[in-house]
Design a protein around this ligand. Structure first.
Ligand SMILES: [Cu+2]
Length: 309
């Protein structure tokens, strides 16, 4: 059965600060080491400005050739940050108290083609090839289903670190899921906005902009929480496969009350309270948005490793 997010939850997720957090989190870590025709995407001085705003990625997720970095624990960052997002939404859902949607529950299985509840939205003419090619039935049977089996088999999970698991999940199945279930957004947010613009146009803050293929909007879409619930459940599989009980053995000492590189405490009512500190966090994000406004950016979710493991 399909349950949509309660409207109040959708409104909170559509707030500009949550949109900026999600798009910057993915964009900065995917582009930190990347090069375009031998030139770094971010110059040293741009990196320094990003650092000054508190937005240096904990660990870059891709190397200069845009190959996922599986062994630097950036995969743990991916799993931890999205688990924090789920916790945050669960806190909000419990405050809302809608009995039809008490908490985030991930897909039990990746929906096959013609799934009655989660059919693949049709391709549209102007869709980029990296989206079109992930919507076919063959993509499901030849790649996605194999990957699902791979990531749910305990012999595979017991042979990898948590960081390797996170990185492989992100680029081998999570990104394709975002693209496969994306619907025609009508008008698409330009991923590089005009260079004379100094901010993301507020028209993209409308709750109706919930395009799954853009990190500025994906988390506003109810399918985001189904697919991220599925991703998050793989942490539990991995612990079981490695006979680990209790707390997740993250390599990093996280402050579990704070969203990484965001600073906002994940209590929804506190987020709604706009004090000086909150304003400072938002202003710093607006600054980083200006710095990452570049033509040679890697678009998060477009980097996919389709090689068969
Ligand atoms: Cu994300």
């Amino acid at each position: 059965m399909v349950t949509m997010l309660p409207p109040k939850a959708k409104l909170m997720l559509a707030l500009r600060e949550h949109r900026m957090h999600h798009v910057l989190w993915h964009t900065v870590r995917d582009n930190w080491e990347a090069q375009d025709e031998g030139e770094p995407v971010f110059s040293d001085s741009e990196k320094q400005r990003i650092r000054d705003m508190g937005w240096e990625p904990l660990r870059p997720s891709l190397d200069k050739d845009r190959v996922p970095k599986e062994n630097n624990k950036s995969g743990e960052d991916f799993l931890f940050m999205h688990r924090q997002m789920i916790l945050h939404v669960n806190t909000l859902l419990s405050e809302i108290g809608d009995t039809s949607y008490p908490e985030v529950v991930g897909w039990a299985r990746v929906p096959p083609p013609n799934d009655p509840d989660y059919p693949v939205p049709p391709v549209w003419n102007s869709a980029p090839d990296y989206i079109k090619s992930r919507k076919t039935d063959n993509y499901y049977s030849d790649i996605m289903m194999q990957r699902e089996n791979y990531f749910t088999t305990s012999e595979n999970l017991s042979g990898m670190t948590l960081g390797q698991l996170g990185s492989q999940l992100e680029y081998r199945i999570h990104n394709p899921m975002h693209l496969r279930w994306a619907s025609d957004p009508g008008e698409e947010r330009p991923l590089v906005f005009p260079s004379d613009a100094d901010a993301i146009d507020t028209k993209w803050d409308n709750p109706s902009y919930d395009y799954l293929a853009d990190p500025y909007s994906s988390h506003v879409n109810y399918i985001f929480w189904k697919l991220h619930g599925w991703i998050d459940d793989r942490i539990n599989d991995w612990m079981r496969a490695n006979k680990i009980t209790g707390e997740v053995p993250w390599s990093v000492e996280w402050d579990k009350n704070i969203m990484p590189q965001h600073g906002l405490i994940h209590e929804p009512h506190l987020m709604a309270k706009m004090d000086d500190r909150t304003n400072d966090i938002i202003n710093r994000m607006e600054e980083v948005v200006k710095i990452v406004n570049k033509t040679n950016l890697i678009t998060p979710f477009s980097v996919i490793d389709d090689g068969i493991t």
